[in-house]
Design a protein. Structure first.
Ligand code: PLP
Length: 492
């Protein structure tokens, strides 16, 4: 097919005989093969088949069907027909993909995406607008501003606030560290004396951020938490004062709303007070906890005082990957990300969606979030997030009552950590048991949980962001855990 196609011949004739040939060749009718490659009507029927296939997999009995052997192979020499590629991908990738819609898929902060989000993905791909400059995507900056304004309003930020969409919490945290560090350096601070104060539950993305920001691996000074993963009163202030007494400068305080391990919401007032007394930046890592602005507006009414907030719509607003956000109390802080590109950005233009952003080429995720928010509204989001939180509470209550299980801490968000109580075993064996139970459940595909470390021991962890989870699913999940624990304990 390739050797014979007229497009290939036309390119050859242009390179061999010069540009003059192009005019003559351009009058030739376009090769149907080439046209088909870029045609959207050509994929219409296929996209319907594909979505039907993905959805047909939903009523599967388990959230994951482990592949027996990897049968996916990329042979890239010869092309294949669209239908054949689809069939291959359905039989391999889709069949063995983790089913995020399944109620027993509870391992991580990966909820099922809204239908409208999947549709938006299709539209974003089909129009392929580059959210960088006005000339490539005229409405990109407007869409992004509107969704960022909506997020800022939830956090309680007022006039002058702003921010940006990012690819997720890692990128948002990286940018927050960068902006805070730039401000500290502008104030004349010594880079080697800069320290970040956070709890020992701080997300690993902040270690990456500190490293990338040239602050070194010891730049984050961690306040220890107790066995439930919570901070003790006054511990943040004490540590910050101690740093200052050693001529170190705590330039950034990070309060996590929804820790990755146990979903704990840390006490913002303490971080704020310390940040103020040291003239520092206060950042909230609310990648998960951003949801609380919708479900608990009273408890989050002081969030507007933080200098910046990370909040991931791909976690708690049910947007498909990858969309995070960094919200700024003062949008001018992002001027520190402004660099001029002669060929592209117009200086001081708010119309270029790539201005004051880190990435150049950017997917138009703003459209997706815009469509999701327009469809659900604040009320719709509040409703489904409250349901997810109710299910989390119900799960914790069941664990309280279950013999042989112990809740690590009451859930503040949608994460539940719990321990298997095995009085006769050493701590090492108990830790091992948690790992084995989680792995056995994963490999059987019956229940997806994760493990983590809280208070010096390994625990099981469930994330209940999926609002499609029913009460009977919670019972089934615990039944799986209890049965698998008995099986694995016998093998120790
Ligand atoms: C508290 C917290 N911050 C940041 C992140 C990083 O987010 P992402 O994976 O979207 O980069 C996570 C991820 O789970 C998180 O839980």
């Amino acid at each position: 097919m390739c050797a014979e196609n007229t497009a290939a011949r036309r390119i050859m004739s242009v390179t061999q005989e010069g540009a003059g040939v192009l005019t003559a060749a351009a009058e030739e009718p376009l090769d149907p093969w080439l046209l088909g490659l870029f045609s959207l009507s050509g994929v219409q029927a296929a996209s319907r088949t594909l979505l039907e296939f993905v959805e047909a997999e939903v009523p599967r009995r388990s959230p994951f069907t482990p592949p027996k052997a990897v049968s996916l192979e990329l042979s890239g020499d010869e092309g294949a027909k669209l239908d054949d590629v689809l069939a291959e991908v359905c039989d391999t990738f889709v069949r063995h993909a983790v089913d995020t819609r399944h109620p027993l898929s509870m391992a991580h902060m990966v909820p099922p995406p809204l239908g409208i989000s999947v549709l938006a993905d299709l539209l974003i791909g089909a129009t392929n607008q580059c959210a960088f400059i006005y000339e490539e995507a005229p409405l990109a900056a407007t869409l992004e501003r509107q969704v960022v304004d909506w997020l800022c309003a939830r956090v309680g930020y007022g006039a002058g606030a702003g921010g940006m969409l990012t690819s997720g919490g890692t990128m948002s945290n990286l940018l927050a560290v960068h902006l805070a560090r730039e401000r500290a350096l502008q104030e004349g601070r010594d880079l080697t004396a800069l320290r970040i104060v956070a709890s020992d539950q701080v997300h690993v993305s902040l270690d990456k951020a500190a490293s990338l920001a040239g602050l070194g691996h010891d730049a984050i000074v961690r306040v220890p938490t107790d066995v439930t993963g919570r901070l003790r009163d006054g511990a943040v202030c004490r540590l910050a004062d101690e740093l200052a007494s050693k001529d170190l400068h705590p330039f950034l305080f990070i309060c996590t709303a929804g820790t990755a391990n146990a979903g704990v919401v840390e006490p913002l007032p303490e971080f704020l007070a310390s940040a103020r007394s040291h003239g520092a930046w206060c950042h909230m890592d609310a990648a998960l906890g951003g949801m609380l602005t919708l479900t608990d507006p009273v408890a989050t009414s002081d969030w507007y005082q933080a200098d910046s907030v990370s909040w991931d719509p791909h976690k708690t607003l049910y947007a498909s990957y990858a969309v995070g956000s960094l919200l700024l109390r003062n949008d001018h802080e992002s001027d520190r990300l402004r660099f001029h590109a002669e060929y592209a950005l117009k200086r001081d233009s708010d119309q270029d969606a790539g201005d004051r952003r880190l990435e150049g080429s950017r997917r138009l995720e703003a459209l997706k979030l815009w469509m999701c928010i327009r469809h659900l509204g604040t009320a719709g989001y509040t409703q489904i997030l409250r349901r997810a939180r109710e299910r989390t509470t119900s799960f914790a209550e069941r664990i309280h009552k279950a013999p042989g299980l112990e809740l690590v801490t009451e859930p503040d968000t949608t994460v539940v950590c719990f321990r298997l109580v095995q009085p006769g075993l050493s701590q090492r064996d108990v830790d091992l048991l948690h790992e084995r139970v989680q792995q056995a459940l994963f490999h059987s595909g019956r229940l997806l949980l994760s493990t983590t470390r809280v208070g010096g021991s390994t625990v099981l962890r469930a994330v209940l962001l999926n609002p499609l989870v029913g009460l009977e699913d919670l019972d089934e999940a615990l039944q799986h855990v209890t049965q698998e624990t008995a099986r694995q304990a016998a093998l120790l």
